[in-house]
Design a protein around this ligand. Sequence first.
Ligand code: GLC
Ligand code: MG
Length: 524
Amino acid sequence: MSELAWWQRGVIYQIYPRSFQDSDGDGIGDLAGITTRLRYLVELGVDAVWLSPIYPSPMADFGYDVADYCNIDPMFGTLADFKQFADRAHELGLKVLLDFVPNHSSDRHPWFEESRSSRENPKRDWYLWRDPAPDGGPPNNWLSRMGGSAWEWDAPTRQYYYHAFLREQPDLNWRNPRVRRAMDDVLRFWLDRGVDGFRVDVLWLLIKDARFRDNPPNLAYKAGEPAHHRLLQTHTEDQPEVHDIVRSMRATLDEYGKRVLIGEIYLPVPQLMKYYGANGDGADMPFNFQLLNARWNAGDIANMIRDYNSALPEHAWPNWVLGNHDNPRVASRAGPVQARVAAVLLLTLRGTPTLYYGDEIGMTDGDIPPDQVQDPAELRQPGIGQGRDPERTPMQWNTSSAGSGFTTGKPWLPIAANTSVHDQEDDASSMLSLYRRLLSLRHSNAALVQGTIENVAAFGDVLTYERRCRNLRLFIALNMGAKEATVQAHRGVVLLSTLAGRDGDALVEGVNRLAAGEAFIAAI
Ligand code: GLC
Ligand code: MG
């Protein structure tokens, strides 16, 4: 497997730092806490840890509003704690990925404070300032992804600034070469500290239309969708010039050797593929989010896999994401039984899997009482049901203590506990055991890591495909329905099934039985 890079062979695990492990009893996770849990990740069998933002921040968007790109928020620790975390991770053979948030800073970042101080300030043009429309209103119709206009009036300097998200998150002007240089220095700051790569926040939003034209209406808008979907994002996302920026990030990472560049990009597959660049000069992995809102049935998922694979440029490496801090958890979307099927899917598809903390124990979305809502997306747009708190609840290490082993204090979000690592650890039929078996099989089986994917097909509720590498040939069958089904197979042996006690069973040539919600991997 040696010709593949570590990030092609490996599995990424996303930690939402506020919610993984608290070490000081303030109810909020921190770096020292994460460091004490690294061994758990090694035993689980993942290879790289991606931390959502840990930089100094007023926390208007829980760290996605950065006030200093080159430091650690005291809530999470210090640069020394970060070093300890990264050193320990590296000792244990884990790679360390950071979240890079270049599209916007916090409004409390010194750059923005300077920028807003006067129209003549040298940093004025580091952000997107515009004069009001003739009627005094916002310069154009662009909408914030967190509700309302994307333009905020600044009375002292009598101009508006643009924010794709909260008003506390002004967008940087990536057409300004000084901004590019400053951000390049940020990448280098962390690369010099041994960081193995970055997940780049909202990469497809970095550049906006140079002429600030109005976005056209979205004629397909349906009631209940977020308000900004009323407009097409024609002039606010996926602008052709963004690819220059991706190329320059890539070039910086290349100076440091094998580092990985991952882009957060919510776009249809054909546009997504452009972020790979040409001849490897783009992102290593534009995140493939299709599973996050897939309709959970065999036919749709078979089509999705085929379309994605056939759209991949030559030499581009695929990837799959099953959960993250912005979307409902898979165990809630698909239900507890299908969450096990989803685990098999994620870890047997071709490409790098990204796993979201807690999904390995089947954590479900937490129930957040209205008076405990924290997510600004929900607080600023009440009633839209877009809140992201449910998928951000604290990691459930045990069910025997009030803080679930996450904290000795009062957790920042309620704990959704009905299961835990401790409860599942010694249970061979648990979700945790399933993930451990899957990860261990994946690491030892070249067909799963680097094999081709072939014969993707759906028959009723059953999805099947093969992974092949030299003389290794695997047959994967997933029953995405609630009824027993049959599947046509070749002679072989089951290496792993979601059902306890089936490993090692023979597959017969012809018709084989697949229990409701069962998925297996067989050598044929
Ligand atoms: C990304 C993050 C999300 C955040 C937004 C603004 O989509 O994943 O959590 O709110 O960017 O930074
Ligand atoms: Mg803490």
